[in-house]
Design a protein around this ligand. Structure first.
Ligand code: GAP
Length: 465
């Protein structure tokens, strides 16, 4: 190996954000029109990474289990869903306004930044009381003033005029869903009636959710449009604790299996609970701006099925034909964000190294998450025999793995580009390849290179991706 050493403390957040833009992972939405606050687009490598995360979640949560089925409910739902669920009344954050610069900010975040304990789940009265005792500590991050209005609850549901042609749609808005799980609860009976599921069982769903977040800083950590991977596990009343503990452990393991370092993950138990929860634990990741929520695991009791049964006047109870019992199932929920998982795996994988006096940036992503698994290079662009051979290899490997063909620039630069994208393996076709039917394989993390016969390639990748 070449003279390689890690550069300490350079993996600042700005460098990571800059890499994601420079290498086509994440773009600000509508950037040519100056963007839209707190909304982001996924670029060519970002969409591959997000798809790999979702594929892995779906595989672990559905394919590898015989007690979880999938669902894809629509984003738009009857507004009655959100009234019954409690979101129209209770889904809010404490909004305060800086009296000097008129910025609107979240009081819980400002208190937290001032080192005062507060969280979004506190009532308006609770948080204002804490605020009144700590007024001088709360500083406006925009202008530095310490003069704020008392907090008011600001509802986070995003409204639309779907299907309303009268012009006064605000009176009867249709909401963009604030969490995907409501689509699961309202389809609970449909799933029970049309499949072979028996309690305990789960319904899994991946999809977009929307929230009118007051302050959306920290890049893709908190956005107004985001994707959730949620699973609702329906259990017999009384079995909640057993399955809550089971899912806590399983979900923590999921992140370790994605390759995230264990020291960057921890638990946070909520003392103040959101309106639907009986118990709530967050898995937190150590982002460059501190440990923050990556996923929530919630014991929701029979809250959701009970409010929807009441409001819709449909019986949502479950009849267990074995025990001849009828009951309203309780729910254990696992709720993760695709964007937050992406940001966690990128931050965890980001490394800056010094190689013979030059900086090398590497994304050491687990091969199963890497946007591109194998890059294939002809040594020289102007030698058709090398280009054709490399194309042949690309055409054969692309049937099984996401590959990239690149014949541009010198080999060193091509390697560096793939390092920054996180490609675990690069193959180079040179003149010896034509005689020996082999290629040079170069490993992203160790930068080790060795020759490998073409006939062994598929087997090698099957074992290593
Ligand atoms: N159904 C329960 C629920 O939605 P939550 O704690 O509000 O619970 C679950 O959200 C997960 O969704 C979070 O842990 C996070 O990963 C993701 N999430 C929530 N709000 C988000 C936002 N504004 N931007 C990005 N991800 C978000």
């Amino acid at each position: 190996m070449k003279n390689k050493k890690n550069i300490e403390d350079t993996s600042g957040f700005d460098n990571i954000v800059s890499l994601t833009k420079r290498r086509g992972f994440i773009f600000a939405s509508s950037e040519i029109y100056d963007g839209l606050a707190a909304v982001y687009d996924l670029g060519p490598y970002g969409v591959e990474l997000a798809n790999n995360i979702k594929k892995e979640w779906w595989r672990v949560m559905t394919q590898l289990r015989d007690d979880i089925v999938g669902l894809d409910a629509a984003i738009f739902m009857s507004p009655k869903v959100w009234e019954a669920s409690g979101h129209v009344k209770g889904f809010s954050d404490p909004l305060t306004e800086c009296r000097k610069c008129h910025s609107r900010l979240r009081l819980d975040t400002l208190l937290e930044e001032a080192g005062v304990f507060a969280d979004e789940k506190m009532s308006e009265e609770e948080i204002n009381e804490i605020f009144s005792k700590n007024k001088e500590k709360v500083v406006c991050p925009i202008c530095g003033a310490t003069d704020f209005t008392p907090a008011k609850n600001f509802n986070l549901l995003v409204q639309s005029n779907l299907g309303n042609f009268t012009g006064d749609w605000q009176k009867e808005p249709v909401y963009l869903r604030g969490e995907t799980c409501q689509g699961i609860y309202v389809n609970f009976k449909n799933v029970v009636d049309t499949t072979r599921v028996k309690i305990p069982f789960g319904i899994a769903q991946i999809g977009k959710a929307f929230r009118n977040e007051i302050t959306a800083r920290q890049f893709i950590f908190r956005t107004r449009e985001f994707e959730q991977m949620e699973m609702q596990y329906f259990v017999k009343p009384g079995d909640d604790k057993k399955y809550f503990d089971f899912w806590r452990e399983a979900r923590f393991q999921f992140y370790l299996d994605l390759g995230i370092k264990s020291e960057n993950l921890r638990w946070h138990e909520h003392e103040n609970l959101v309106f639907y929860a009986q118990a709530a634990f967050d898995i937190e990741y150590n982002y460059p701006f501190g440990f923050k929520e990556l996923e929530g695991i919630h014991a929701r009791g029979d809250y959701d099925l009970s409010v929807h049964a009441q409001a819709s006047k449909h019986d949502l109870s479950f009849f267990d034909s074995q025990t001849q019992e009828r009951f309203l199932p309780h729910v254990v929920e696992t709720s993760a964000g695709v964007g937050r998982t992406m940001l966690a795996v990128i931050c965890d994988a980001y490394k800056e190294e010094e190689i013979n006096g030059e900086k090398r940036i590497v994304l050491s992503l687990a091969p199963k998450l890497a946007p591109i698994k194998i890059a294939i290079f002809p040594l020289l662009k102007n030698k058709p025999e090398l280009v054709n051979k490399a194309r042949e290899i690309f055409n054969s490997l692309k049937l099984d793995w996401r590959c990239e063909f690149d014949d541009n620039g010198n080999i060193g630069k091509r390697y560096r580009r793939q390092d920054e994208i996180g490609t675990p393996f690069c193959l180079t076709v040179d003149f010896d390849s034509l005689d020996n039917d082999d290629v040079t394989i170069r490993f992203r993390d160790s930068m080790e290179q060795k020759r490998i016969p073409l006939r062994e390639l598929k087997n090698f990748f099957q074992n290593n991706i």
